[in-house]
Design a protein around this ligand. Structure first.
Ligand code: HEM
Length: 396
């Protein structure tokens, strides 16, 4: 890291966090927690100006060819800075045609384009590639609810990546391989962990703090002329690798393919490559269907049972996300807002009902729910369940 990049990183980890935390405490103490205009103006100005000094130096320095990690780190830091400016209403894409922060935009565009990523902070910056120094990871604030959210998210993402990695290793072995058992087992245990992390998050996260002090940092903002959607915990390829490998979602489905295209640039380049590879494999479900004639074989009984269990656990994680987390932490508090306060509520930008519908579609694909209006794999899974006749039917 260059001296300027290092100084910016130090500022993001210290003064930036302190200023955001002070502002959050001021907003949260007000009767109307959703309105931030006119509150803490001196702190907001200091945050904007101090960050700008770092940005200007980095922009002047240009691309120092200091390697991927450095550019990725600067992209994350300038992204956190712009995300905070958006959160404090120092910029708002609805009232501007271009970002008022031209230098920060230029720096983000330069880094994003050179890395092959969207020019804003991504999930990886706050989760899988959020380097802890002395036990402290990067965050917008030092509020315990933000760190709880970040840490449980990261654990969930890491476990989904473990499950995806195990399932991917079955592809070259084939579903009849005796050795597939160890991989199904790894995937099962990883998904059980995700269920546990989701439960903990549901039980421990404070609804009001999350809704009013954490979520607003994930709103869309402009970089240059263009508006970029916010990061969300879902911008990693592992979850989609699982979708495709299990066969619950298909890259040939126009709805799902669009989702993959939209999220591609929010992922690390290495994840983009893994996801593209997964689009070319035959799914495990299709492998089992193709092997239906061998359903009497021991391998089919054993491996199909393990496969169905993995599908069931994965479906449970998807149901938890929608029916517990989204409902409790987004839908319920949003219903209590006054009209006009719903603008910019979601990370991706669409109005909340539209977003909820699309998250519901994902849940139903992942749980293989019986739906006449959606091509889920319900019948195909039923077929495998019927063939794996020695099994107790799993719950999906
Ligand atoms: C308080 C907890 C959480 C809440 C309230 C929440 C809410 C949301 C919302 C509202 C979206 C849609 C974002 C948008 O487009 O605007 C989303 C997307 C997503 N979230 Fe979460 N989330 C939470 C935790 C998690 C965790 C722990 C994970 C996994 C580790 C996760 C995985 C995903 C994924 C993969 C997506 C992308 C859509 C999909 O493929 O399902 N979320 N989340």
């Amino acid at each position: 890291m260059t001296a300027h990049a290092d100084a910016f990183d130090r500022w993001i980890r210290t003064a930036f966090v302190e200023m955001n935390t002070s502002l959050e405490n001021e907003y949260f103490a007000r009767e109307d927690r959703a309105s931030v205009a006119g509150v803490g103006d001196c702190i907001k100005a200091a945050l904007r100006d101090e960050g700008q000094v770092h940005v200007a130096k980095l922009l002047e320095e240009g691309n120092t060819d200091d390697g991927f990690d450095s550019a990725f780190g600067v992209l994350g830091n300038v992204g956190l800075y712009l995300g905070a400016l958006r959160r404090h209403e120092l910029t708002n894409p609805a009232r501007e045609e271009r970002s008022p922060f031209a230098q920060a935009s230029a720096l983000a565009l330069h880094c994003g384009a050179s890395l092959g990523m969207a020019p804003r902070f991504a999930t990886a910056h706050l989760a899988t590639h959020n380097r802890a120094l002395g036990g402290v990871r990067k965050s917008f604030t030092s509020l315990t609810d933000e760190t709880l959210f970040l840490d449980e998210n990261t654990r969930g993402i890491l476990s989904l990546q473990t499950a995806a990695d195990a399932l991917r290793r079955i592809v070259p072995l084939g579903v009849s391989s005796a050795a597939a058992d160890v991989l199904f087992d790894t995937a099962k245990r990883a998904l059980q962990n995700v269920i546990e992390f989701n439960r903990r998050l549901f039980a421990q996260l404070d609804v009001e703090r999350f809704f009013f002090c954490v979520r607003p940092y994930y709103k869309p903002y402009r970089v240059g002329r263009q508006e970029y959607r916010g990061a969300n915990a879902g911008d990693f390829s592992g979850i989609n690798e699982i979708d495709l490998l299990l066969g619950l979602c298909r890259a040939s489905d126009p709805y799902y393919a669009q989702l993959l295209v939209d999220k591609m640039l929010f992922m690390l380049p290495e994840e983009q490559a893994r996801l593209r590879a997964c689009m070319t494999y035959r799914s495990l479900l299709d492998e089992f269907l193709a092997a239906a004639g061998c359903s009497g074989a021991d391998w089919f009984q054993r491996n199909a049972a393990a496969f169905l269990e993995v599908c069931s656990l994965f479906g449970q994680t998807a149901a938890q996300h929608h029916d517990l987390l989204v409902k409790r932490f987004i839908e319920a508090p949003a219903a209590r807002l006054k009209p006009g306060q719903l603008d910019g509520l979601t990370a991706s930008g669409p109005p909340l009902p539209v977003l909820l519908k699309s998250l519901e579609t994902l849940r139903d694909l992942r749980t293989a729910a019986p739906r006449d209006d959606l091509a889920t794999r319900h019948r195909d899974l039923q077929r495998i369940r019927g063939l794996a006749y020695t099994l107790r039917p799993p719950s999906i």
